[in-house]
Design a protein around this ligand. Structure first.
Ligand code: 13P
Length: 338
């Protein structure tokens, strides 16, 4: 797989060098101003990173923001593939990520050489690939999709067009059910955190909270989605809990989004969906959790880890991303204004 991250060099400052009395938030704000930087964060980031970010969003809105910003530096607090997308869309900008090890289990489930062989097996199929994948896999794809736009993009394709959908089999199966397509081949990948939810424990929780609505991300397995009142991307779930008159919601996705739900819908109650032992901690994404305020500060001081993508790979990966943006319709007002 192509290396896309330039790591800090030997002279870089390290976490152990930091003065423990340093006001990290003030320092990050100073650097943000000095460098004309924008801090983008996914809803799965720690609350303190979400609070400090210039913009918090789902994968699609973050991509749009990275493509449209006039900042010189994009500091991307999410996982590695999101930083890569920012660099692919905005190659003239410096793109920094707090931790180069912030990967993604879906990306890991789809090595580029295996994906290439899979494509060759189905030459008549169009490769629709979930944005949670490497730049190499994007470059081998026809159209990138996110959980916000996958259904709408599939609906724009001719009904008889065979499709390869990678790497999330649960999102793929959900889209297949929603669009009524039987000509979709699904890559057998999944997200480790959305696999953790327990149908049995969720049913028990619903019995205890009969007025609660269940909001679930389409990366969840089908048996969890069958229990849901609403299925959608992180932004769609946020819009749902804000606009629905219900006061209590069970949330079947990475639980850090609850911070934004509490901000957007104050007074409502949000309960994380349970794992097999009835607890929710197992649904915390270990990759998203790698980013901390310390690492966010240090990447701005060190100018690394920085995303660097070879130009030929970038140009190849850009095409299916641009198709996605063209087929996604206008950005929501909240994204434009932020
Ligand atoms: P969305 O941001 O599209 O909701 O997807 C969540 C996710 O998979 C983040 O890695």
């Amino acid at each position: 797989m192509t290396e896309t991250i330039q790591l800090p060099d030997a002279t870089a400052r390290k976490e152990a060098d930091l003065d423990p009395t340093l006001d990290l938030e003030a320092e990050i704000n100073r650097l943000r101003k000095e460098r004309n930087a924008i801090i983008l964060a996914h809803y799965y980031q720690d609350d303190e990173i979400q609070d400090l970010a210039d913009f918090v969003g789902d994968s699609l809105d973050l991509s749009r923001k990275a493509a449209a910003t006039d900042a010189d530096v994009i500091v991307f607090c999410g996982v590695r593939f999101m930083g890569e997308v920012a660099k692919i869309l905005s190659p003239q900008k410096t793109v920094l990520i707090p931790d180069a090890e912030a990967g993604c289990s879906l990306e890991d489930s789809c090595p580029p050489d295996q994906f290439k062989a899979y494509r060759e097996k189905y030459p008549d199929h169009l490769a629709l690939t979930y944005i949670n994948c490497s730049a190499d896999v994007k470059a081998l794809s026809d159209i990138i999709v996110t959980s916000s736009n996958a259904e709408a993009i599939v609906n724009q394709l001719p009904k008889d067009q065979p499709i390869l959908f990678a790497p999330d089999r649960h999102l793929g199966a959900y889209i297949k059910r929603k669009t009524g397509r039987d000509n979709m081949e699904l890559w057998p990948g999944s997200c480790i955190i959305h696999e953790q939810f327990s149908e049995r424990e969720l049913i028990k929780l619903k019995v205890r909270h009969p007025n609660a609505r269940v909001a679930a991300h389409p990366e969840c397995p089908e048996q969890i989605l069958q229990q849901a009142d609403h299925v959608g991307s992180t932004r769609m779930l946020l819009d749902y809990v804000t606009n629905d008159p219900a006061q209590e919601f069970i949330i079947a996705t990475e639980p850090h989004i609850i911070h934004q739900m509490q901000l957007d819908a104050p007074g409502k109650t949000f309960i994380p969906a349970p794992g097999a032992d009835g607890q929710c901690d197992c649904a915390n994404c270990p990759f998203m959790a790698k980013n901390t305020l310390e690492k966010l500060y240090l990447c701005m001081v060190n100018d690394a880890p920085a995303v660097t993508i070879p130009e030929t790979l970038r140009v190849d990966a850009l095409k299916p991303l641009e198709r996605m943006l063209d087929m996604s319709g206008p950005a929501p007002a909240k994204t434009e204004a932020a």
